[in-house]
Design a protein around this ligand. Structure first.
Ligand code: PLP
Length: 407
């Protein structure tokens, strides 16, 4: 990213000019949520000004305009993920809701006592708890793929774990704590040898690397809009059509039905069968705008620049004594987690905040991962393409000061 385009990009994100405690904001909490460009903010505004009417059922002009915008947004998500058909895209509130949808409906249709679900040790709680709930409900077992010290999944252990009881594998594409980019294509291939479907949690992947669900041959792929410059409250589930046809509905209500009598209800066609109630059509159109924006910059350009930032940040962090980088996988995304000596991550985060720097501290909703590493959590700096090396310099200088105070 050259300096000029970086300046232009930064000017497109109004919040980046905020002053925090009299200091220019340095926002390194992009793994938690990303900031929104003006075009996305404008799109939300435009939606309420020009196409706000409930969709699908209306005969009137505005409703049809809103329906068209919402369905075009579905096509945008479909194209972004490299899926075949828009029917394979279900809008959800985000990653968490999408995983719950699959865990519940897949559990209803295909799981019974004695079956097993495989997740990995580096999952976010949202890719653990829904499966645990399924295991409790159906008296099943949750199996966990371990990882190496570097933070890479143990593929041999994974292979040995799959058996005739395994019903589904659910793994994150990119770890939100370690930054590890998992070899999901290989994980899927291995599971498919046993005819086991795979869900990939793409929450930390889609903002940073090119994803093609067809190339991966993923059965289910989920992500959240707010982590890719879109508003909160909208996300998507990609699922192969065969699975969506085979799964029962998740929630009941309007939109998801074909016909209702008190005796029997028949369900709507795909994907509406899984979208009960008024959908977030303002959010979906803003999501489509965010995806357009990201594609305009180019996901490969984003990946290359963020890699530069991550390598630079890691090198500079190593200047600090007693620095421990948590997660040293060969393939990493735009996340650097670390600890310094015995200092509690929370103390570092609090003091950095006073210097205008937003990082995240704690277990990052991956408590089992932190337990397995025997750490209380980490300090996590996570980058987006609007961040700069100058910001990293400010961060390192502040961190040195903070560490000096706490040691
Ligand atoms: N999965 C991963 C890897 C995440 O990092 C997150 C959020 O941090 C989630 C799932 C949950 O996303 P959401 O809260 O948007 O549903």
């Amino acid at each position: 990213m050259d300096k000029l385009s970086l300046e232009k990009i930064r000017s497109e994100f109004p919040i980046l000019s905020e002053i925090i405690y009299n200091k220019p904001l340095v926002y390194f909490d992009n793994g938690a949520t990303t900031q929104k460009p003006q075009c996305v903010l404008d799109r939300i505004n435009y939606g309420y000004k020009h196409l706000n009417a409930n969709i699908h059922r209306g005969v009137h002009f505005l409703s049809q305009r809103a329906t068209e915008a919402h369905e075009n947004a579905r096509k945008a998500v479909c194209d972004f993920l490299g899926a075949d058909k828009r029917e394979e895209i279900v809008f959800t509130r985000g990653t968490t809701e999408a995983i719950n949808l699959v865990a519940f409906t897949f559990g209803e249709a295909f799981c019974s006592e004695g079956d097993e679900v495989v997740v990995s040790v580096m999952e976010h709680h949202s890719n653990i708890v829904p499966w645990q709930m399924l295991c409790e409900r159906k008296k099943m077992t949750l199996r966990v793929i371990p990882m190496s010290e570097k933070g890479e999944l143990d593929l041999d252990a994974y292979k040995n774990m799959l058996n005739e009881h395994t019903r589904i594998v659910a793994v994150t594409h990119v770890s939100n704590v370690l930054g590890t980019v998992n070899p999901v294509k290989e994980l899927i291939e291995i599971a498919h040898v046993h005819n086991i479907p795979v869900l990939i949690d793409g929450a930390q992947a889609v903002p940073h690397i090119k994803v093609n669900v067809k190339e991966l041959d993923a059965d289910f792929y989920v992500f959240s809009g707010h982590k890719i410059y879109a508003p909160t409250g909208i996300g998507a589930l990609y699922a192969k059509e065969k699975w969506l046809n085979a799964l029962p509905p998740y929630q009941g209500g309007g939109e998801m039905i074909a016909a209702v009598t008190f005796e029997k209800t028949t369900y709507n066609e795909l994907p509406f069968k899984f979208e009960a109630g008024t959908p977030d059509y303002i959010g979906s159109t803003a999501l489509a705008e965010a995806l357009r924006y990201v594609q305009e910059i180019g996901i490969e350009n984003i990946a290359a620049y963020e890699h530069e930032l991550t390598v630079y940040a890691t090198e500079r962090l190593m200047e600090i004594e007693n620095m421990r980088i948590i997660g040293q996988a060969d393939k990493k995304s735009a996340v650097v987690s670390f600890l310094v000596g015995n200092i509690h991550p929370y103390d570092i985060g609090m003091l950095l905040d006073r210097l205008g720097i937003a990082v995240r501290t704690g277990h990052h909703c991956a408590q089992p991962l932190c337990d397995s590493l025997q750490i209380p959590g980490t300090v996590r700096a996570s980058f987006a393409f609007y961040n700069t090396k100058e910001e990293i310099d400010v961060f390192i200088q502040a961190l040195k000061r903070v560490v000096g105070m706490l040691l």
